[in-house]
Design a protein around this ligand. Structure first.
Ligand code: SAH
Length: 256
């Protein structure tokens, strides 16, 4: 897969210098709470997580860089910080979960494979369905020009707002609403990524993609199992690939 190049956003492996883009710098230098329970150096623990992701096949320097910068332990309850850099999903309240780092990385790397990203060299506007605690939105902010993230549970929308406030990400807009309707005002999108799995892909998502754009979403198959689905919008219609099995919380309609 060709990786889009972002000037000023060095591969994490090449240098530990602060990234030059404003938004990514905000993530890297935002005032952080003491990483309770993580010892003195959460950066080292995070780098080990990134090394494991690279060893497991994630190749995009942008994605690895973003996972290396965003402090996942700030997005989970204090009782869970010791597990923040393990490759595991964790509860975030209201029966929802923050996705595994490997799944976050995999899905964002798939977004980077969109035709419009490969031809332009950068990830433009992204819509995330299911903000949850805001972790993936923060990761996306490092790799995309603009991120819109929508959550249907008010409690989690507020939680994400609180989590992201200190990071002062200028390119993330959090929305409270039913993501099954998409967010036409922010589109059309180079990529749409869903953190919740339904039985059908809402038509609004397909409508709101640019030609050359890509949707990455878990979807429930006829077997009842979820699989990762990639849909590309081409000048001639949509192409679809079903990838590996995944386990996401259900996509639900309406707000609560
Ligand atoms: N990306 C999140 C993962 C959250 S879990 C993170 O990094 O924490 C998936 C989220 O999708 C849940 O918070 C759930 O409430 C939300 N969700 C489910 N259906 C939705 C819908 N129709 N619109 C918006 N959010 C939805």
């Amino acid at each position: 897969m060709n990786q889009p190049k972002r000037p000023g956003f060095p591969a994490w492996i090449a240098t530990s210098a602060a990234p030059k883009t404003v938004n990514a710098r905000a993530v890297a230098t935002a005032p952080a709470m003491a990483p309770v329970g993580l010892g003195l150096d959460s950066a080292a623990v995070r780098m080990r997580m990134v090394q494991r992701l690279a060893a497991s096949g994630i190749q995009s320097p942008n994605v690895l860089g973003a996972l290396g910068r965003v402090e996942r332990h700030l997005f989970v309850d204090s009782a869970l910080v010791n597990q923040a850099y393990e490759d595991t999903s964790l509860p975030i309240g209201l029966q929802q979960t923050i996705s595994k780092p490997s799944v976050v990385a995999r899905m964002i790397e798939l977004l980077e494979g969109a035709e419009c990203v490969r031809s332009s060299g950068s990830l433009g506007r992204i819509l995330e369905i299911g903000t949850g605690c805001g972790y993936q939105a923060a990761v996306l902010s490092c790799v995309a020009k603009q991120v819109y993230s929508i959550e249907r549970l008010r409690g989690l929308h507020e939680k994400a707002r609180n989590n992201l406030r200190a990071l002062r990400l200028t390119n993330v807009q959090l929305l409270f609403g039913d993501g099954m309707l998409g967010y036409a005002q922010g589109g059309p999108y180079a990529g749409i990524i869903s953190a919740a799995g339904g039985e059908v892909i809402p038509k609004a998502w397909l409508d709101q993609l640019v030609v050359g754009g890509r949707l990455v979403a878990p979807t429930v198959r006829s077997t009842g199992q979820q699989a990762l689905l990639v849909v590309d919008k081409t000048p001639h219609g949509f192409t679809e690939s079903v990838l590996e099995a995944v386990h996401f919380v259900p996509l639900k309609s309406g707000i609560a």
